[in-house]
Design a protein around this ligand. Structure first.
Ligand code: 6PG
Length: 262
């Protein structure tokens, strides 16, 4: 029997505010379950702008999520990072720090930042991979409890961009691709490093993402053209594997505009 990719769970929320609240609920539930099960929650954060509202909501003492999160047992990582200093306006670390980490009691040694200040992006990737391999010791692949991902209008995710050679990577956990469209290097988890997570959650909002959402969820273009389709297709052969991970999509109504009603 050909193993089928696990069926993604998809929820469409009316607007960005509802989307952030749904994501916060999902993350709190997963964090508490992971800590109950094994004493820790390992979460790879997404960059870009979409997750900011989610991070702010989780850190808000009046929103009802902050007090429910097991922050002391939470380890945060990043799915990708720009090749900039950690206090640079484009830094994914800076965005998460300002929106959430400065306001919640995650122990400093539980914050596993990508060292993107390294002049050589490849060395930054090597250092981050070494940290991940030390943390997920004796594992063939990192098994994050949750990898949070965004989606670009070109269907890139993390820093896996169309045409990138990293899309074919099946050994490294972390890579430092040059992104011609951005004229810059990025540091990113590779597709298999993301794919082996217990759960992958795509958080997508806005009508500018509607075509990409449809292409990834309902289309059949190859990952070289639509990189987010690399996630959970590698693990398609693992679908029969009891350890196969979950795939969740939380999108707002605008981003769902082009999906078929089914
Ligand atoms: C990054 C992200 C990237 C992001 C998408 C969507 O470093 O920018 O990892 O993959 O999630 O580009 O970005 P927005 O949320 O800003 O639309």
């Amino acid at each position: 029997m050909t193993a089928l990719a696990p069926t993604p769970r998809l929820a469409v929320l009316p607007d960005r505010r509802a989307l952030a609240a749904a994501a916060a609920s999902e993350i709190v539930e997963r964090a508490r379950a992971a800590v109950d099960h094994k004493g820790s929650f390992t979460w790879a954060l997404a960059g870009g702008g979409t997750p900011r509202d989610l991070y702010t909501l989780l850190a808000d003492p009046h929103a009802g999520f902050r007090g429910e999160m097991p922050w002391q047992q939470t380890h945060v990582f990043w799915g990708d990072e720009r090749h900039v200093l950690p206090d640079h306006p484009d830094s994914n670390f800076r965005m998460a720090r300002e929106a959430m980490l400065d306001a919640v009691p995650v122990p400093p040694h539980n914050i596993h930042r990508i060292p993107a200040e390294e002049a050589d992006a490849a060395r930054a990737a090597d250092l981050y991979e070494a940290e991940l391999r030390a943390f997920f010791a004796r594992e063939d692949w990192p098994r994050f409890d949750l990898v949070l991902l965004g989606l670009g209008a070109d269907a890139h995710t993390a820093s896996l961009f169309p045409g990138s050679p990293v899309l074919a990577e099946r050994v490294r956990w972390v890579a430092a691709p040059y992104v011609p469209a951005l004229a810059s290097f990025r540091i990113t988890l590779t597709p298999p490093a993301i794919d082996h997570a217990a759960a992958v959650l795509f958080l997508v909002a806005g009508d500018d993402k509607a075509a990409a959402v449809r292409a990834v969820i309902e289309g059949d273009e190859p990952p070289a053209l639509r990189p987010a389709r690399a996630i959970r297709t590698i693990s398609a052969t693992r679908a029969a594997d009891p350890n196969a991970g979950e795939l969740l999509w939380l999108i707002d109504h605008a981003a769902a505009r082009d999906l078929s009603k089914s």
